[in-house]
Design a protein around this ligand. Structure first.
Ligand code: EPZ
Length: 434
């Protein structure tokens, strides 16, 4: 297994281009199941999770080809007339976003057999809201042998049954739950209204991709979304939105190392919650346009001040930025209260950070981070995607050398992070398994 070797103490400077968003690319890829033909998706990051989704679509009979060279961030997906409506456990267990195949398969083929994703390191991650929504649209669901089987009941001869529009009030805000229902409702008969829907930019980007296929969707990006079902859709031709979590991770790197970094081709509005926290902590964050591209510049200045965090669905502070921001708080002046309200077990990075000298006390979903004078480099182990990013950031700040093991977690969600950090002056290299 690859490791990342980081030597800390350098202030980062320079500029990097941010990749397309993993959490937008994955649902947009499953939208290709909604219609036969040749789909084109641009700005798709080169990531392990994207490769897994390509394997899943391949298992269903689609042909997924990634461009080469300068076109390497472009995917072409050829979807057959009748994809195999199954997502097997072997693939779903490595990537829970596979559950996003459920909505499109049921909507297009009237049936689906998808492995239940099970929990993961950060929490139980149930999909009850996904299932409640599909049932509201008329799917009959059966849970057996670790799979969910969804089928549209046939009532006599005649055309294949279709989902029918309904009101779906979500009990909790769920990003992929909202995305599954957006895709299912796009081909349902009649109107669907989602209330308490997720407002994340990745949900809005999927809606934009679906509208490009001919779907009729109003209100995506707000908590009430109305979808007027259509009889059929046309192939995707979509460019994925910038990855706000990769951008945020690099912003933390710039601010915490007291550097001066520019992130290119971002959506500043998607970074607002983090930008505000960085300003409160004493960093400078400015957005500007250069050559038609929106950019953000972050300057760390002196020692930053502690600020409290409370994660919340968008537009609140993103749970996917909690671990990374905690690293900045480890060396800040004062102490901070970090509340993780979205997932029940998203403090696994804390144990590793305390091994590097951080002063963090966890009680349930709350962590108190007392700023210390320095962190010291150490061998540490990644447990999940964003925890692995936080350990790399800690290595940038620590005295001496940090070795981050199990870097495959990082590769699931960051495209060549070490190259981007090196372009900003970081002393970081990947060591392949010895
Ligand atoms: C998406 O996961 C993201 N993944 C996660 O990013 C992100 O952390 C999360 O949204 C929250 O923003 C993708 O988009 C592929 P949820 P998702 O359904 O959709 C509960 C990363 O690091 N819930 O919004 O699985 C659930 O337990 C990953 O890139 C139910 O109770 O998250 C959680 O407490 C990690 N029932 C809360 O809602 C359901 O049916 C939010 O989960 C669904 C969710």
């Amino acid at each position: 297994m690859d490791r990342m070797i980081v030597r800390g103490g350098k202030a980062l400077a320079g500029e990097v281009e941010v990749s397309g968003a993993k959490n937008a690319a994955l649902p947009v890829m499953t939208a290709s199941l909604l219609c036969e033909g040749e789909h084109r998706i641009r700005r798709v990051p080169v990531l392990a999770d994207v490769a897994t989704m390509a394997r899943l679509l391949g298992h269903m009979g689609a042909e997924v080809v990634r461009g080469r060279g300068r076109a390497r961030t472009e995917l072409r997906i050829r979807t057959p007339a009748a994809p195999r409506p199954e997502a097997p456990y072997e693939l779903v267990k490595t990537m829970r976003a596979s559950v996003l195949a459920l909505g499109p398969l049921v909507a297009r083929l009237g049936r689906a057999r998808v492995s239940l994703p099970g929990g993961c390191a950060i929490g139980a991650r149930p999909i009850d809201q996904h299932l409640k929504g599909l049932a509201a649209l008329g799917a009959e669901l059966r849970l057996e042998h670790g799979y969910v089987e969804a089928v549209l009941p046939r009532h006599g001869p005649g055309p294949a049954p279709r989902l029918r529009g309904a009101h779906v009030p979500f009990d909790v805000v769920t990003v992929t739950g909202t995305e599954n229902l957006l895709m299912a409702a796009a081909l349902a008969r009649g109107t669907t209204v989602l209330t308490n829907a997720a407002r994340e930019p990745e949900v809005e980007d999927l809606a934009r991709a679906l509208r490009g296929m001919g779907a009729r969707i109003e209100g995506a990006g707000t908590d009430v979304v109305e979808i007027e079902g259509v009889d059929e859709l046309r192939p995707l031709d979509h460019e994925v939105v910038a990855d706000r979590i990769e951008a945020g991770t690099l912003m933390i790197a710039g601010a915490a190392t007291r550097g001066n970094v520019v992130l290119r081709n971002v959506v500043p509005a998607h970074l607002e919650a983090l930008s505000q926290k960085l300003r409160e902590a004493g960093a400078t964050v400015e957005s500007f346009s250069d050559g038609g591209r929106d950019c953000v510049r972050v300057r760390g200045g002196g020692r930053l001040r502690s600020v409290d965090l409370r994660t919340h669905p968008y537009p609140g502070f993103p749970t996917d930025m909690q671990a990374q921001t905690m690293v900045l708080l480890c060396l800040a002046q004062g102490s901070a209260v970090v509340e993780e309200t979205v997932f029940e077990n998203r403090f696994m990075h804390v144990l590793e950070l305390t091994r590097m000298g951080a002063d963090i006390t966890v009680s349930g979903r709350t962590a108190v981070v007392k700023g210390v004078e320095a962190l010291s480099g150490a061998p540490v182990m990644a447990t999940d995607l964003r925890a692995s990013a936080s350990l790399v950031l800690a290595g940038l700040l620590a005295d001496g050398e940090t070795e981050v093991q199990r870097v495959y977690h990082l590769d699931r969600g960051y495209e060549r992070l070490e190259r981007k950090l090196r372009a900003l002056g970081a002393d970081i290299r990947r060591a392949s398994a010895s």
